[in-house]
Write a protein that binds this ligand. Structure first.
Ligand SMILES: [Zn+2]
Length: 406
């Protein structure tokens, strides 16, 4: 209803709304986003430096933090990329900054004739719709998954076969795959009769919501109004991250590898591999170097425990993994690695071999699993949620891949 207004100027928008008899919630939401986006653009000389110009325009950045962030972006394809540091250096804008950079790397703006203002508006909305108070499912997780996805898209087995549309969909799905995540899981939404659970009939409730939210923001921004068929494909990718469908995907993947019948000339097979790649990116925490991996482990358990606290508070049965007294961080991690991550990455290694990255990832996974195992046996300090600063394996030198840039 406000399409004729100049959305680039929040004051115009506010005035227009006032003339129409008050700011309704949809408009207020737009204004909030717009102000946040403008604040972001104003703050972020990095973004302004990166976006309108070709790559290589980084040199004019002089500020310390932004210079360091720009330096990090030059190594965005390395597996030990520290997304937590990058998020601090970009003042909480890791997702938008990373996506803009990767869109430049692949020249997607030009290829798909994207409107820069609409792209910024969309990415700003996505980043902002992640809940920053979630310990785990926040915009930094989305940026982390996007960075991992980029590493997987660069796998030699894959890179040459991918079309610009594949790359575009892979990055977009990674960035948006958990948007507006409430910080509780599907069983919680079902047993508390949350409206999302009935809306999506108790099936892939969260993933459906992430997808439909993304579609809403795409339409609101008008980013892809000149393109067809994107929404369904994004949905198919995002819905693949439903962990309850893990076995279904794993078995299909294994069957393809056993039969050696994957043909990446076929769009449908590339789409399947994108689904698998996104699933890998989503659960790749145990494959990161210990110091990063440990932080994600603590964050995800903190989010589980908060759900458990809520369940206790409302006299609901405490969900598996959510009981801080019974489910220690090492126990949760060992289970997750053994049943989810390890089987998937073993197949991913088969698919990508010979791959230096897959070797590195499985190396970290095994070390991290051993580390959690030794901690599970050790007596834990009661009553604390954070890890004690005891012995930790230092970063191993020499087993990372080179600092390759695309
Ligand atoms: Zn996720």
């Amino acid at each position: 209803s406000h399409t004729s207004h100049d959305f680039t100027n929040p004051l115009t928008l506010l005035n227009a709304s006032a003339q129409q008899g008050g700011v309704e919630s949809g408009t207020r939401r737009k204004v909030k986003r717009l102000l946040s986006f403008q604040r972001y653009c104003h703050d972020s000389r990095l973004l302004r430096g990166l976006v309108p110009c070709a790559p290589g325009s980084l040199h004019f950045l002089d500020d310390d933090y932004l210079g360091q962030a720009a330096h990090m972006l030059s190594k965005v394809g390395t597996w030990n990329f520290d997304i937590f540091l990058f998020d601090r250096l970009t003042n909480g804008n890791s997702l938008v900054t990373l996506m803009c950079h990767l869109f430049n790397v692949y020249d997607l703006v030009h290829h798909f004739q994207l409107d820069m203002v609409k792209l910024h508006r969309f990415l700003g909305m996505v980043q902002e719709d992640y809940h920053s108070h979630n310990p785990y499912h926040n915009a930094v997780h989305a940026a982390d998954v996007t960075q991992a996805m980029y590493c997987y898209l660069k796998e030699p087995r894959l890179a040459e076969q991918l079309s610009p549309l594949d790359v575009f969909l892979g990055l977009m799905a990674a960035a948006a795959h958990d948007v507006d995540h409430p910080g509780v899981n599907q069983p919680f939404l079902i047993k508390t009769k949350h409206h999302l659970a009935s809306l999506y009939q108790n099936t892939s409730v969260l993933e459906s919501h992430h997808w439909r939210s993304t579609v809403g923001m795409l339409r609101e921004s008008g980013l892809l109004s000149h393109l067809q068929d994107i929404e369904q494909q994004l949905g198919s990718l995002i819905l693949a991250t439903d962990i309850s469908r893990q076995n279904e995907f794993l078995l299909t993947f294994r069957e393809h590898l056993d039969n050696q019948d994957l043909d990446l000339q076929l769009a449908s097979h590339r789409h399947f591999i994108l689904q698998i790649a996104l699933k890998c990116a989503d659960v790749c925490n145990p494959c990161r170097v210990w110091e990063l991996s440990r932080q994600w482990s603590e964050r995800v358990c903190e989010e589980f425990y908060r759900q458990g606290d809520l369940e206790r508070q409302f006299d609901l049965e405490i969900s598996p993994l959510c009981n801080q007294q019974a489910d220690s961080v090492p126990a949760v991690q060992i289970g997750f690695i053994s049943y989810i991550a390890e089987p998937l990455f073993e197949e991913w290694q088969r698919f990508t071999e010979p791959s230096a990255l897959s070797r590195t990832m499985l190396g970290h996974l095994h070390k991290n699993k051993a580390c959690w195992s030794s901690r599970r046996c050790a007596p834990s300090s009661p009553g604390t949620r954070t890890d004690s600063p005891d012995e930790e394996p230092g970063p191993e030198a020499g087993d990372e891949e080179g600092e390759d840039t695309p």
